[in-house]
Unconditional design. Structure first.
Ligand code: KIV
Ligand code: ZN
Length: 496
């Protein structure tokens, strides 16, 4: 098997997405998760671009041991000096320097000539090599750079000491065959190419980032630059999870990575939640529907043998076994199977009754999830919880200050507290925090009605951060304030 190096740029190219910026603590959290996932290189930032990026590179260098930490620069000495300083604590360090090589970049960005660009590229690589042994060169907009000229640039930078040569399709323009042919051309025409690793870096403007990356790999690239969930500038970058699973599914390619694929889904959730960037439901590998079979025929096939409609075992990417989406078209057997997965066994009469209710609700509601099923089955999710709600009373209205009084049962002991708040939920949560006195922060809070009537159940999903970890909680109640407190308590019950 040939080894393919995974270069993750979630914290640099991915983090350039407007509104997705992370603070240093959050970046460290992601970097540690990337280390667990098994990436080879973490591009931690562009140190000269901001004090935030500079500090993040320093802190990530301290927090992470195994992967190489990479810092981006332009082909400018000052950028390289700052990157060297930011990387001073990294156990394994790399400088990623480069310059635009396509005619539009040379003419409009640099008002320069092809020969001068080669000189600047060589000077930058030589300068970076004075400080670190591992220097990656990027030929920005290589996708639209003529192959013959690109080969001259790549040959010159390898001679100057580049250890990795990155061939970005910066604008996401190339066709897979064209991008693959470009990599093949370099592999065959550059003198000294065996002294460097060729890297792909593909953007997804035409939806071809993963296809282009794979075409590059098949034609000789041995590093891929990717992001979690494919986030990145404009339409994003190549998704790490897609490349890792393609190679796992197509072993005949003879190429392997160091990725522990069972960490893919938790990493995807972490990045999505920290960056407030939802993953599209039909996103390959990590989307909510990626393993969800909803038609009756598919469900029947999957229940008989998963190989009928599944090419990936969801467990391989860290997803629990909940691949059947229950809809109004699902049979009684599918409901029984889901209840069994959730640990609920019902006798035949009770199952008939739950199935009737299920069909009624599924008719009104397209997307039935595990929480809905548990509520319909009348399961008390809190039966084994350490903390339970004894009572909740809330006074609120127009022109009065909301007040909540709350009673909790904690491991058999009763506690009470009262609090005012900006709204009834705020008052109830403040009362809860008076009893459970820990440093907790509410990160996400969503309320949904199970169906659409005003007399129906409300569902609350919450994320609470405690001790640098995010916990997910759920509550369902006809009283939306009680559902919110239940969801918060659900989070607390999961604290380690
Ligand atoms: O897309 C691109 O060209 C880049 C380079 C800076 C590597 O992100
Ligand atoms: Zn990029």
């Amino acid at each position: 098997m040939d080894r393919l190096y995974i270069f993750d740029t979630t914290l640099r190219d991915g983090e350039q997405v407007p509104g997705c910026q992370l603070n240093t603590v959050e970046k460290i959290q992601v970097a540690k998760q990337l280390e667990l996932l098994g990436v080879d290189v973490i591009e931690a930032g562009f140190p000269i671009s901001s004090p935030g990026d500079y500090n993040s590179v320093i802190e990530i260098s301290k927090a992470v041991t195994w992967p190489t930490i990479c810092a981006l620069t332009r082909a400018v000495e000052k950028d390289i000096d700052v990157a060297v300083e930011a990387l001073r604590f990294a156990k394994h360090k790399r400088i990623h320097t480069g310059i635009g090589t396509s005619d539009p970049h040379i003419k409009y960005k640099f008002n320069s000539t092809r020969e001068e660009i080669i000189e600047r590229a060589v000077a930058a690589v030589k300068y970076a090599r004075r400080f670190v042994d591992d220097v990656e060169f990027y030929a920005e907009d290589a996708g639209r750079t003529e192959n013959e000229y690109l080969a001259r640039v790549v040959e010159a930078v390898i001679k100057a000491g580049a250890t990795v040569v990155n061939i970005p399709d910066t604008t996401g323009y190339c066709l897979p065959a064209e991008y693959g042919a470009k990599i093949k051309y370099l592999a065959e025409h550059v003198d000294g190419i065996d002294r460097a690793i060729i890297s792909t870096h593909c953007h997804n403007d035409l939806g071809m980032a993963t296809a282009n990356t794979m075409s590059g790999v098949i034609n000789g690239a041995r590093q891929v630059e990717v992001t979690i969930n494919g986030i990145g500038e404009r339409a994003g970058n190549t998704s790490l999870e897609e490349v890792a699973m393609i190679l796992k599914c197509h072993k005949h390619l003879g190429i392997e990575t160091n990725i522990n694929t069972t960490k893919i889904y938790p990493t995807s959730r972490m990045v999505s939640s920290l960056m407030n960037m939802p993953v599209q439901p039909n996103k390959a590998i990590v989307g909510k529907n990626a393993f969800a079979h909803s038609s009756g025929i598919h469900q029947d096939g999957v229940l008989k043998n998963v190989q009928t409609y599944e090419i990936i075992d969801p467990h391989d990417v860290g997803i629990d076994d909940n691949s059947i989406v229950l809809t109004a078209r699902s049979g009684r057997a599918a409901l029984k199977n889901r209840l069994a997965v959730l640990g609920v066994k019902l006798d035949s009469d009770k199952l008939d009754k739950v199935y009737e209710d299920f069909l009624r609700l599924a008719d009104k509601k397209k997307d039935m999830n595990d929480d809905d099923i548990l509520v319909l089955a009348g399961v008390d999710r809190t039966a084994n919880h350490r903390i339970k709600m004894d009572y909740l009373q809330v006074t609120s209205g127009v022109g009065v200050k909301p007040v909540a009084s709350l009673g909790l049962n904690i491991a058999g002991e009763h506690f009470e507290a009262c609090a005012c708040g900006n709204g009834p939920v705020d008052a109830a949560i403040k009362a809860l925090k008076k009893i459970v006195n820990r440093q907790m922060t509410l990160r996400e809070f969503t309320i949904q009605a199970i169906s659409r009537g005003s007399d129906d159940m409300g569902k609350v999903h919450m994320q609470v951060e405690y001790d640098n970890q995010v916990y997910y909680g759920f509550g369902a109640n006809t009283d939306i304030i009680a559902a919110s407190v239940e969801a918060y308590i659900d989070c607390i019950n999961k604290f380690k």
